[in-house]
Write a protein that binds this ligand. Structure first.
Ligand code: GDP
Ligand code: MG
Length: 165
């Protein structure tokens, strides 16, 4: 089985945009998988000759924002992360740290796979340092600036991800 790269994060941080960006960059083939519980999308990707499966956990997002990361949702996110070789935890660099980010970070402390903390929507590379450091408070490692929309930072990220397989 190919290594699984799971993308997690609260709604609207740019998970789907990042999946599309990586899929484009790494020539991915998309498999939509309709599960009994929630839908997840699986993308077979290839970077520098290394194959992996990208899983967008977007389908685990609840419909109502007030019950984001209720126990059952959290369990499903956790299940996705437990089968992952690498986890990409996406946050929004334009909003700063939120309580929902902190919930995700707590969940990830129970997971063994290495976590990349991706501070997304930092579209201007010259100013990316501005909003990065506050994300250290999540306690999941060094924040990495990316722009899923423009692709900034995603090639370097893929290099680091596949180096872990
Ligand atoms: P998801 O709910 O986490 O899957 O988030 P989406 O990928 O659907 O993105 C939510 C919104 O953020 C959309 O309007 C995206 O266009 C926007 N977005 C995602 N990535 C970026 C980025 O790098 N820069 C900017 N400016 N907007 C982004
Ligand atoms: Mg999404």
């Amino acid at each position: 089985m190919k290594p699984i790269v799971a993308i997690v994060g609260r709604p609207n941080v740019g998970k789907s945009t990042l999946v599309n960006r990586i899929a484009q960059t790494a020539d991915a083939i998309v498999h939509q998988s309709r599960g009994v519980t929630r839908d997840r999308s699986y993308h077979e990707a290839d970077w520098n000759g290394r194959s992996f499966t990208l899983v967008d956990t977007g389908g685990i997002e609840p419909l109502k924002s007030e019950d984001v990361f209720s126990a059952s949702i959290r369990d499903q996110a956790l299940a996705a992360c437990e089968e992952a070789a690498v986890i990409l935890f996406v946050v929004d660099g334009t909003t700063g740290v939120t309580e929902e980010d902190e919930s995700v970070a707590r969940m990830l402390k129970r997971v063994k796979a290495p976590v990349f903390l991706l501070v997304n929507k930092l579209d201007n590379p010259d100013r990316e340092g501005d909003n990065l450091w506050e994300f250290y408070s999540l306690g999941v490692g060094e924040p990495i600036a990316i722009s899923a929309l423009h692709g900034h930072g995603t090639g370097d990220l893929l290099d680091e991800v596949v180096a872990l397989f």
